[in-house]
Write a protein that binds this ligand. Sequence first.
Ligand SMILES: Cc1ncc(COP(=O)(O)O)c(C=O)c1O
Length: 335
Amino acid sequence: MRKAMAEAEVGDDVLDGDPTVSQLEARACDWLGKEAALFVPSGTMANQIAIGVWTSPGDEIIVESSCHVLSYESGAIGALHGVQTRTLDGVRGALDPKAVAAAIRPDFVHCPPTSLICLEQTHMSSGGSVLPMECFEGVAAVGKDAGVPVHLDGARLAHATTASGLAAPLWTQHVASVSLCLSKGLGAPVGSVLAGDADFIERARRIRKRLGGWMRQSGVLAAPALLALGDGPDGGLAGIAPSHALAQDVAKALDAYSFLSADPGQVETNLVLCRVEVTDRTLGGAPELAERLTAAGVRVMALSPDTLRFVTHRDLNSTHVALLESTLVDLLGGA
Ligand SMILES: Cc1ncc(COP(=O)(O)O)c(C=O)c1O
């Protein structure tokens, strides 16, 4: 990827275009099965641009209650767009289409107009769960009936395509817009893409400008991102399945401890959630254990006071799982 960055043909994506960015956007359209795409600096910006396109101040959007756009984008829905959220609890991130239908506001002067429904695939706070296709079909049908578009936060959509064996367009046919992170499991250093129809992307382009998200010689970033979306043996997509197998091993290593709980049966992709019971051996909850593990060389995030989130990716292998196991023994004693 460093070599591709050095050798990238660049232009000016703000003026008359950057050839490598155009190539990446074409590749993203192809992979996602959408008409047009836009390269943006981050997944957060991709999602927030989509929300900006589909809504006006005073609108309401329907989101799952622990989703990323609501919980981890620093209040952007309200701060940037003046939009309020209607939250619904999901089952491992999946919304019940009937509950979505019931949450769509009537066309009544007292109510905020419902202008968007959001889904997240895979669902981060449920530990990378893959939403079932029935959820996509059902929510899309409800949205279509009510004239409300669906946006997919597909930050880890590639993990869902690998885990399910269903190509991205089979999922994205049910949504009007989709974001995809190139810098997570796919391994690019920077960037996400946002995709939809040509009209959506034209409107998205204006909001990207408004947020300061357009970049000039961004071919240096698009070149590694093209490798990330590559489907050859060295492409980013090939790294996804091994990262899922590794996540199983991580879950088993953690679950061996009576006071740690990371059921491998719940691990569908590359995220492992581990509940931490406070004991004399953990010396605290998830934040304290995350700090000790990180200091010992195993970088992990505490998602809440009792939950650690481990992430596997293409640059890890079994030696890293062995390092986790030996670090656990050092810090906690044997299982
Ligand atoms: C589900 C989901 N959506 C969006 C994002 C945002 O991506 P970024 O960190 O590139 O802004 C993340 C990041 O962790 C995520 O997990």
